[in-house]
Every structure is written in structure tokens, then in C-alpha cells.
Design a protein around this ligand. Structure first.
Ligand code: WTA
Length: 649
């Protein structure tokens, strides 16, 4: 199987910050002497006190990761203050509303004013360095102000995606014992309202039952919809910042002081609070933003992610702003009012760099080329993809139709845990192969291992590990360092295990094949099958559930649930609907089951372990290849599962 190769475009090479020669040279330096390489590149951000120590990391024993540890800096200072002299009047954030007639531009001077005022509001309400602030917001500039205001005073933000349910929000508030929440009255997406304040009220009630008391809720007015108001707890954002002072000096933060927590799904248990710190994270986010997108001063840059995910953190807010870029924030969805929306926004704001997810690309491809062709897209220069493997058909469409063969595609592989992009082409350096994330970024040392942990050399297919630290790496699971060590460093001793499967071809290119653990990737959103299972079994009618992913044309993976009902309960279509609704309430719409199969029994080994391999195969309608079922406690359950499968082709 050989893949077509798209050579580096001459124009891309001409303007590029990094060509192939430089890539190879820098890469070699970065892995042969990381200390020296990062000592040099750590200087890309401003330090109040320069670091003298660069790298102090260990993947064995207790696992400890420290970068630039004696340096002192502030992330908000780097994203705002240091740009003011040169670019105070340059636009920092272009905001494009859900409604195509709604937009605004915020300059760096204005950003300074907003963030300082908000920082003062936080302080006045008792938020201190190290306190956790939960941000549950729509895609409006105030979400970025809130993150930066926390960074400015050294509070740790935990952004929770606005599509999560009150229960999911509560779980995250409880886990990090957050006493301050920033939200909006309602969100607006695709013309539909999302009751963020109402959800927050419910979440706070749930948290209170677990003795975590949220003291203050700051509410941004977005839609002016009707909400409940709690006088002693709720604060209007617009009233508070109008009264606040417009200056707030940035807190002196040690490089390893926490910057944010971001909850993400894993194989087991509840979502983990991935903790990122200050110095290394910002160095890595800004450096990858510059080189991966070949960002030049003056470029208009748009990442379509939501700030609720890591992509929004690193590549809407921190990376671009640290680089003094103009970053576009989009409140809406790709197909509202029509599937031309992305391209209309590109033309309207003359976007040069565009970064989106395969799921959006596939959906827009399905809508038809005419929606793309109705726009000019002349300003586009670089296209990016993130979040899940991009299938070659979608890649070709993105390249040929959207980019008209003039824009390199950077297929960027990374994770919440990695803080920034890890494996990726560089626009002026890397020949492209559709579907491959190509080669490692500077400082990243991928390794493929087999199930026994034996290292695979050359052309191989295995489990993807990274064998040495990089500055953007997560430092711990908030409040549970053992879980950090257990999750990432125990499967293959001394290596960071990504949870992804990966192939390396004869050119040394990496092809991510998807998760090898019990995490599924639905429309680019990470979901733990265990979370969906626990949501299902919390319903009175359900006695047991097993959830697996299956290939889905638009979403990448769909959610397939095997549900065993309580004795006497009948598996009707109505109950299916109710269970879907139940999961949406427990987690959020992104976790909606696609298929529910009622199963009188699940395939278990004699020791009671569910054999998911079999369930996956049946969900894929590929039961000819079930493999050995003789170890099952009751092999006959398999026939029933096959007969009643919900995904017959
Ligand atoms: C998957 C998103 C293939 C992968 C930044 C990873 C990808 C998980 C790619 C992390 C890509 C992300 N090609 N797979 N370019 N990018 N993934 O934490 O399975 O939301 O482990 O971070 O998404 O998802 P997360």
C-alpha cells in the first residue's frame, strides 16, 4: 500500500521559517542535547527572572517533570503586556458571533484593559494565587479574558466545555474544589440557546451535596435571556468590571506554578484533571504555534476549536497571543446558517491560517463542493487538522477543494496531556502523505513498542510512546499523582504511553491508527467508554452496560452500547430513547449513544472480565473474525449478540 506524496509547495518553502534542512538540523540538536536546545528556545518568552536550570525530568520512579524551574514569569504578561509597545493597536482577537452579522475586534490595548479589570474583580472577590476558578462559557471573548485574568493573578483555571451537563460540570467543580465560577447567562450556537447559568445553578447544588461550596458566580450577559439570580452569590460581569481598576500587575509565577487544569477522559474512572504549568507550557505552545503554522507577523489566524478543549487553550488563546498574533474566535458551528459559513468567515476576515477538525471537514465535504466554491478563500495559506485521524478522502478534499492545491495541510497529532503539537508536518519542510501526521516536532522522541514493551525499529505497527520529556508535557493529575504515574508511565516502564496505536512507514512517517485503550474519539471529542457505562448503569432499568466505539462515517467513531436490563424490564424503543436522554443528562450531548443493543448477557471470561474485543467486532459487523471465544464463561451469549446486532450492513 503506497500513499501519494505531495511535495512541499514552492511558495510555502520560499516564505517558510523552517525548510527541510533546518528541520533536520534542529531536530537532531533537540534530541541530542535537549538542555542546550531548550535553553535557547525558552527565551522566546519574557522572564522576570531568567532560568538557569533548563531540564529536570524523570519518567521513572515517582516521575517528576520540571522545566526552567528557577525562572519566574507570567503567562498573561507574555500574552498581552509585552506586546503593547509595538502592537497596542493591533487586533488581538477577532470575534465572529453565531449570527453572521455579529462580530467585533479587540486590540491588544483593549485586551489589557479587560483582563486587568477582570483580574481585579477576581481579587476583590477573594480569589488568590493557587485557587481554582471554573470557567463554563460560550465562545465569546470573555472566555479568553477569564483565562488570562486567572493567569495574571496566578489562579488556576479549569475550563469546562459548555456542552457538558450540570452533572459533568459538578464533578469537575468538586474534584478541584473550585469556589469561583465564571459563566454566561446563555450560550448561542447554530441559533440555539444553551442554558449555561441554569446548568451552573444545578451543578452548584450537586456540589453542595458533596460539601464543595461555590461562593461566587460571575455571569457574563450574552443573550439577556431569563435566568434565576442569587443575590448573595451571583455577580454581573459588566457591572463588576465597570467599577474595577484598569491596571493589575501580573503575579510573579515560578515556571512550575500551575496554569490550568483541564479534565479529560481516560480508560477508567472519572475524567482526570490534567495539570499544566506556566513556563514550559507557554514556551511549547508558542513555539509550536509559530513553526507548525508557519506563523508570520500580521497573519490572521483561525482555529475553530472550542476553548473547552485543549486545542482552544493552546491554539486559540495561549500560543497565538504569546506570539502577538491576531486570533479569531468563532461562536458558531460550521453549518449555520449554511455549510458555507467557514469559508464566508475566511473571506470576511481574510484568514491566512485555518485549523479545524476532520469531523467538520467530513461534514462539509458531504454538504457538497458548491458551498466551498461560493467563496474566494484567496487569503488562505496554511490548513491544519487536529483531533482524530483524518481519512485520506477527507484530506484530499481539504487539499484540493478548500485549499485549491495551494495550501499545505498540517495534520497535527497531540493530546490534552502533551500541551502542544507533537507529530506534524511543517509547511515549508515536510512532504505530505494524506492521513499521516508525518514527523516529530523538535524535541519529541516517539517510539513504537509491541504489547510486551519490546521496541520496534524501522517500518512497524505498535503502541506509541514518547521516551523523553518536552516542555509542554502535563505535570500531574490534579490531586492524584499516583494516577498520573499509573496511567502514563506504568504500561511501559520509563516511557510516556500515549494510548494511541501507530504505524511507522519506510520514510519514518508516523500514521496514528487510533486509540488502543478504552477511549473513543467521537467527532474529535475524547470519551471514556467507562464514563458512558457508568451513566447507563445509573439508570434504574439498567443492570449492566458495556460501551465500545465503531467506525462512523461522519463522527469518526460512534458510541455503541450493550445494555443488560434489570429482570422484568422490557427492552423497547422507548426505553432506548430514554437511555439516550439519560446519558445526555449525565454527561452531555456529545456522549449521546448512537446504538443501543439490549443484551441478556455480556461475553465474560470465567473471572468476570468483559471481553470487549468481541463486542467491538460485533459492533463493527465483523463477527466473522471473533477469534477465540472458548475462554468465555458462557460462549452462547455471543450468538444472541450477533443475532440482535444494531449495525447490520
Ligand atoms: C487523537 C486533542 C490522529 C488521538 C488535541 C489522541 C489524533 C487524542 C490527532 C487526543 C491526529 C488527536 N491524528 N489522531 N492528528 N490528533 N488525535 O486529548 O487519539 O482531546 O490520543 O487532544 O485524539 O485527544 P485530546
Amino acid at each position: 500500500m503506497s500513499s501519494p506524496v505531495y511535495r512541499v509547495l514552492p511558495d510555502a518553502k520560499k516564505r517558510a521559517l523552517i525548510d527541510d534542512e533546518k528541520y533536520l538540523k534542529w531536530y537532531k540538536q533537540s534530541v541530542s542535547d535537549p538542555e542546550k536546545f531548550w535553553a535557547r528556545h525558552g527565551k522566546r518568552i519574557d522572564w522576570f527572572k531568567p532560568y538557569t536550570k533548563v531540564k529536570n525530568t524523570s519518567f521513572t520512579g515517582k516521575v517528576s517533570i520540571k522545566w526552567f524551574e528557577d525562572g519566574v514569569t507570567n503567562v498573561a504578561y507574555n500574552c498581552i503586556d509585552r506586546h503593547l509597545k509595538k502592537r497596542g493597536n493591533q487586533v488581538a482577537i477577532i470575534w465572529e458571533g453565531d449570527n453572521p452579522y455579529d462580530d467585533k475586534k479587540i486590540t491588544y490595548n483593549e485586551l489589557y484593559d479587560k483582563v486587568c479589570r477582570l483580574a481585579n474583580v477576581l481579587k476583590a472577590n477573594g480569589v488568590k494565587k493557587g485557587d481554582r476558578v471554573t470557567i463554563y462559557m460560550p465562545m465569546i471573548p470573555e472566555a479568553a479574558y477569564a483565562m488570562l485574568a486567572c493567569a495574571r493573578i496566578g489562579a488556576i483555571h479549569s475550563v469546562v466545555f459548555g456542552g457538558f451537563s450540570p452533572d459533568a460540570l459538578a464533578g469537575r467543580i468538586i474534584d478541584c474544589e473550585s469556589e469561583f465560577v465564571i459563566t454566561a447567562d446563555e450560550g448561542l450556537r447554530g441559533g440555539r440557546k444553551i442554558p449555561l447559568k441554569h446548568n451552573t445553578d444545578l451543578a452548584i447544588e450537586i456540589a453542595e451535596r458533596q460539601e464543595v461550596r461555590v461562593k461566587k458566580v460571575l455571569v457574563v450577559q450574552r443573550t439577556a435571556g431569563k435566568i434565576e439570580w442569587f443575590e448573595d452569590r451571583d455577580i454581573w460581569y459588566h457591572e463588576a468590571i465597570a467599577k474595577a481598576k484598569p491596571d493589575c500587575s501580573p503575579a510573579k509565577m515560578k515556571a512550575e506554578d500551575p496554569l490550568f487544569i483541564l479534565y479529560t477522559s481516560g480508560s477508567t474512572g472519572k475524567p482526570k484533571g490534567v495539570l499544566h504549568t506556566t513556563g514550559g507550557y507557554l514556551v511549547y505552545a508558542s513555539m509550536t504555534h509559530e513553526y507548525v503554522f508557519d506563523y508570520h507577523d500580521g497573519d490572521i489566524y483561525w482555529c475553530t476549536a472550542d476553548v473547552g478543549w485543549v486545542t482552544g487553550h493552546s491554539y486559540i488563546v495561549y500560543g497565538p497571543l504569546a506570539n502577538g498574533a491576531t486570533t479569531l474566535m468563532f461562536e458558531g458551528v460550521p453549518n449555520y446558517p449554511t455549510p458555507s459559513r467557514f469559508w464566508e468567515v475566511v473571506d470576511k476576515h481574510q484568514v491566512n491560517i485555518f485549523y479545524t477538525a476532520p469531523t467538520a471537514i467530513r461534514a462539509l465535504m458531504g454538504a457538497g463542493d458548491e458551498y466551498v466554491k461560493a467563496s474566494s478563500r484567496k487569503s488562505l495559506r496554511t490548513l491544519g487538522s487536529v483531533g482524530e485521524p483524518i481519512n485520506p478522502e477527507a484530506w484530499e478534499w481539504y487539499y484540493n477543494v478548500v485549499g485549491e492545491k495551494k495550501c499545505p495541510i498540517v495534520d497535527t497529532w497531540w493530546q490534552t496531556e502533551t500541551g502542544g503539537i507533537m507529530i506534524t508536518p511543517l509547511p515549508g519542510a515536510t512532504n505530505l502523505k494524506p492521513g499521516s501526521a508525518t514527523r516529530p516536532f523538535f524535541g519529541i522522541q516517539p517510539q513504537l513498542v509491541d504489547a510486551d514493551g519490546d521496541v520496534l525499529e524501522g517500518t512497524a505497527d505498535g503502541n506509541l510512546c514518547i521516551i523523553d520529556s518536552w516542555p509542554g508535557q502535563m505535570r500531574t493529575v490534579y490531586g492524584d499523582h499516583d494516577r498520573f504515574v499509573q496511567t502514563y508511565f506504568s504500561t511501559y516502564k520509563g516511557k510516556y504511553f500515549t494510548g494511541d496505536g501507530c504505524r511507522r512507514d519506510a520514510d519514518g512517517y508516523y500514521w496514528i491508527t487510533g486509540r488502543v485503550d478504552d477511549v473513543i474519539n467521537v467527532s474529535g471529542h475524547r470519551m471514556g467508554t467507562a464514563e458512558v457505562e457508568s451513566a447507563l448503569v445509573s439508570h434504574d432499568a439498567v443492570s449492566e452496560a458495556a460501551v465500545v466505539g465503531y467506525p462512523h462515517d461522519l463522527k469518526g467513531q460512534g458510541i455503541y452500547c450493550y445494555v443488560t436490563l434489570m429482570a422484568g424490564v422490557e427492552g423497547t424503543d422507548e426505553l432506548r430513547k430514554e437511555l439516550v436522554k439519560h446519558v445526555r443528562t449525565e454527561i452531555g450531548p456529545i456522549a449521546s449513544p448512537d446504538k443501543i443493543q439490549f443484551a441478556p448477557g455480556l461475553p465474560k471470561t470465567r473471572s468476570g472480565k468483559i471481553m470487549r474485543r468481541i463486542l467491538r467486532k460485533i459492533a463493527e459487523d465483523d463477527f466473522g473474525a471473533l477469534g477465540d471465544t472458548s475462554t468465555l464463561a458462557d460462549p452462547t451469549v455471543v450468538d444472541d449478540l450477533i443475532d440482535n446486532r444494531q449495525n447490520k450492513k
